[in-house]
Design a protein around this ligand. Structure first.
Ligand SMILES: [Fe+2]
Ligand SMILES: [Fe+2]
Length: 377
């Protein structure tokens, strides 16, 4: 069985030095190449609907296409500070309150100006990482079209390729035209995307992307959508979420069938991969690049973020509210003597195990059909 050293390249999940050593040194690179070790698979079995749930998802996706250029109103003026006010709410420190109160806090002299600046940078950073993650999804889904052996899944995945192109496009446009441009990819996120693309096993693309990365994105988009009243961002997020809910469902529906057939040893490898992905995503939310840009001590911030007691980390934990129930539905929590359950306990996210899984949630999220019905189209 793999050790944490094998899985994470460090023996202790919270090893501060190892975490901060992972930094993006290629911030000016324009092209990044990753070896894709998977086989491209043809299938001669063209029986459409052999997997009814995937077929239903595909039919739904064909009707739910939208156009980022014409369905969103790009003439709207955006005030980033107003969005930050909405996101921060009454307590500007929000998830950093415990750190502010700490005697060695690098944030203790923050006034209104610094909090607003931090809010704006954090938002730019977060939307930038979403954009990079969307490109990861674009590449992963194109890979799934090639590698999955089922025709219904190839059909569905092809619609997701289009969805992801649209997502990259709208996030890039929002960042470039309405905010102040974007941050390079975070090194923890980049490592995860590289691992997903490099893996030779077709289901690992789904597990890494549809279950883990997109599960987290769906939760994160949901928070931002609920808090902001900025009309362009709100509609953009609503449309993206309605696609993402299908994508996560695609992962759950496909893997549920496949994982029922796997041996304990094979399931353990999937558990380890899910855990690695969870840790990489937690690490990315330490937002090292933002502290650097703000001129505060990034090392100390990462240390205090790791030290923050679990009951003060509600926001970070909520990001896992879709992932954990989906892992449970796939049988990944309790296989191999509950290995992944114990690991999720350690990182403080197991409490979501009985929240709704997202196998069907896409039916409620259908923004495009709702808007068309309202417009009488
Ligand atoms: Fe997406
Ligand atoms: Fe997606």
């Amino acid at each position: 069985m793999a050790t944490d050293q094998d899985i994470l390249d460090r023996a202790d999940v919270n090893d501060l030095e190892a975490i901060i050593a992972i930094a993006n040194t290629d911030v000016t690179e324009a092209i990044h190449t990753v070896e894709d070790n998977a086989d491209a698979i043809f299938t001669w079995d063209y029986e459409k609907g052999a997997r009814p749930a995937l077929n239903k998802l595909y039919e739904k996706a064909k009707h739910a296409q939208w156009n980022g250029e014409t369905d969103l109103d790009w003439s709207i003026d955006v005030d980033p500070e107003k969005i930050v006010d909405e996101l921060q709410g009454a307590n500007v420190a929000g998830p950093f309150q415990w750190i502010v109160d700490h005697p060695e806090s690098p944030l203790k002299n923050f006034g209104d100006k610094e909090w607003t600046e931090l809010g704006v940078e954090s938002m730019n950073w977060r939307l930038s990482q979403f954009m990079h993650g969307e490109q990861g999804a674009l590449i992963c889904t194109a890979k799934i079209v090639e590698t999955v052996p089922w025709i219904d899944a190839k059909y569905y995945a092809s619609t997701q390729v289009m969805d992801e192109a649209r997502h990259v496009e709208v996030f890039a446009k929002y960042l470039q035209e309405k905010l102040t441009g974007f941050y390079p990819i975070n090194a923890h996120l980049k490592m995860l995307l590289d691992d997903i693309v490099q893996d030779s096993r077709w289901d690992m693309t789904y597990l890494g992307m549809q279950i883990m990365v997109e599960g987290l994105a769906l939760a994160a988009f949901g928070f931002m959508y609920q808090l902001t009243e900025e009309p362009l961002l709100k509609k953009l997020l609503r449309y993206v979420m309605s696609d993402e809910a299908r994508h996560v469902a695609f992962g759950v529906l496909s893997l549920k069938e496949y994982y029922a057939e796997l041996s304990d040893v094979e399931l353990r490898e999937r558990q380890e991969f899910a855990f690695e992905a969870a840790v990489r995503m937690r690490d990315r939310f330490l937002q090292q690049e933002v502290w650097e840009r703000m001129g505060v001590d990034g090392r100390q911030m990462v240390k205090l973020l790791l030290d923050t007691p679990p009951d003060q980390q509600i926001f970070q934990q909520m990001l896992f509210s879709k992932i954990v129930p989906n892992c449970k539905k796939l049988g990944l929590l309790d296989a191999s003597d509950q290995w992944l359950r114990h690991r999720f306990e350690e990182i403080g996210v197991i409490q979501f195990e009985d929240w709704a899984d997202t196998g069907e949630e896409y039916l409620e999220f259908d923004a495009v059909s709702q808007d068309r019905a309202e417009a009488g189209a």
